[in-house]
Ligand binder design. Structure first.
Ligand SMILES: Nc1ncnc2c1ncn2[C@@H]1O[C@H](COP(=O)(O)OP(=O)(O)OP(=O)(O)O)[C@@H](O)[C@H]1O
Length: 457
């Protein structure tokens, strides 16, 4: 939890560093008027009429050479600001950044490109600006064209490009020569799935050759797939530094603790619900003292507790018997027992299955299934059973369960009452009766064919 640890850890391990940030901060100032601005820059009137907003403060991290680190946090947490300071496109207001090696940064869509120039012209200029030898440029431009695969658009002005085409060109230019440090800010989320896979393949290749990777994304699947470390920023501060799983769990826990008046996400057991309201439902009973509104008490493991209800047990049943290992394709039941300590007028129960990287495999809940359970009164217990076939590939999975009150709109809840992160684990074994297949999910394809004869044959 202590940001400075990151610097100390890497240094005490005496790892050669690619990046070191020490006490990094960025402040933006708003001036009441231009006179205040002038006085400020002349060194007068320090505080009068000047509003300071620190968007990043006290960030100290050390990134050893060759490490892949994800930066996660809610919108406005300061992720892009940190990347820009490391890339050198934005000056810190305080603290220091030191980098060792050549940086390639994909910070904003087509950064530095000119809308009137063609893809080819932009590629030539960008490669030269990145410091590549002009004599080697034709070969590099060919490589960009080949990787970007934007066809005849390569000869058209950039202003005619879709955002996906711009990312293709930008990524191809930035990565045409392996950089020592590669910085990517969300850019890859724009491209189509095939291009993303191609980019990830190139990034993996660079990693294998020793490139350091800094990666901002809201896609946790790619964090698990690409990064060995993650940091969590919140309101411009470094609040967690650890493995992707630790940091993503913390992010989810913080998101659940949030007290913003927006409803919680429908995926009540799922990916980082943005917010949870703290409202206790109106019981509708006259002269009954209402329980005081109380925030769900969330521990750092992503669990939620409240005074209204709690999930007591979670069991997996295969053929009616509790099981931890089941064959792929088996029909299983997930049994969730909850106890209610107050009236919950519209309870909903849900679950999420995650794979060993922590990536969600499946999630649903009774609200999303358009099922309405009866109200649960104080002192009652209820067992909810979900039954489903499990056509997943062999491997280990975890199950997180949740209980919320009152479904809102299409996909949200008024209050999260109980959540148990990783409440059960499940091992899926190969089903020896299955035909041979590999992958995440058994699609059980059918197959048919018919022969056609050429006329006259
Ligand atoms: N030039 C600027 N002037 C004033 N405030 C700014 C400026 N640039 C960024 N900010 C503010 O700094 C904060 C952090 O912004 P930043 O873009 O670094 O966040 P982020 O975590 O990358 O967010 P997102 O996930 O939405 O991209 C935000 O509140 C933003 O409004």
């Amino acid at each position: 939890m202590i940001p400075a640890d990151a610097v100390q850890d890497a240094e005490s391990a005496q790892l050669p560093l690619a990046i070191r940030c020490s006490g990094l901060g960025k402040v933006y100032r708003r001036f009441q008027n231009r006179w205040v601005r002038l006085l400020y820059w002349l060194g007068f009137g320090e505080s009068k009429g000047v509003e300071e907003t620190w968007v990043l403060r006290g960030v100290s991290i050390a990134v050893p050479k060759g490490q892949s680190m994800a930066i996660i946090g809610v919108n406005g947490a300061g992720k892009s600001t940190l990347l820009k300071m490391i890339a050198g496109t934005c000056d810190p207001s305080e603290g220091r950044v030191e980098v060792a090696g050549r940086i390639a940064a994909l910070l904003e869509l087509g950064i530095g490109f000119h809308p009137e120039f063609t893809g080819r012209q932009n590629a030539i200029m960008a490669l030269q600006m990145l410091g590549h030898d002009p004599t080697g440029t034709p070969a590099l431009v060919e490589g960009v064209q080949e990787f970007a695969q934007i066809g005849t658009y390569f000869e058209q002005p950039l202003k005619t490009y879709s955002s996906g085409m711009q990312v293709r060109l930008a990524f191809a230019v930035a990565t045409q020569v392996r950089p020592d440090i590669l910085i990517i800010d969300e850019a890859l989320s724009v491209g189509d799935v095939f291009f993303q896979q191609k980019c990830f393949e190139r990034i993996r290749g660079f990693r294998a050759e020793g490139t350091t990777l800094l990666f901002v994304t809201h896609d946790f699947g790619s964090v698990y797939a690409l990064c060995e470390r993650a940091i969590l920023l919140g309101q411009g501060r470094l609040i967690r530094d650890g493995t992707p799983k630790e940091v993503i769990d913390e992010f989810q826990a913080i998101a659940l603790r949030s007290t913003s008046p927006q409803p919680t996400s429908s995926a009540m057991v799922a990916e980082a619900p943005e917010t949870v309201t703290q409202t206790v439902p109106d019981t509708g009973e006259v002269n009954t003292p209402e329980p005081r509104p109380q925030a769900p008490d969330d521990d750092s493991g992503g669990n939620v507790h409240s005074h209204l209800a709690s999930i007591e047990s979670v069991r997996l049943l295969w053929e009616g018997v509790e099981a931890e290992v089941v064959p792929s394709g088996a029909f299983i039941e997930l049994e969730i027992e909850a106890s209610f300590h107050g009236l919950v007028d519209e309870p909903h129960v849900g679950f999420q299955i995650r794979d060993r990287f922590g990536s969600p495999v499946f999630m649903t809940n009774t609200h999303c299934m358009r099922r309405t359970m009866p109200a649960a009164s104080a002192g009652s217990r209820r067992v909810t059973r979900f039954g489903f076939a499990l056509p997943l590939g062999p491997g280990e999975y975890s199950i997180t369960v949740g209980l919320a009150n009152r479904g809102l709109g299409e996909a949200s809840f008024e209050a999260m009452l109980s959540r148990r992160q990783n409440a059960a684990k499940l091992k899926v074994a190969r089903n020896l009766e299955d035909p041979i297949w590999s992958g995440l999910v058994n699609l059980s394809p059918s197959v048919s064919w018919n022969d056609r004869r050429e006329a006259g044959a």
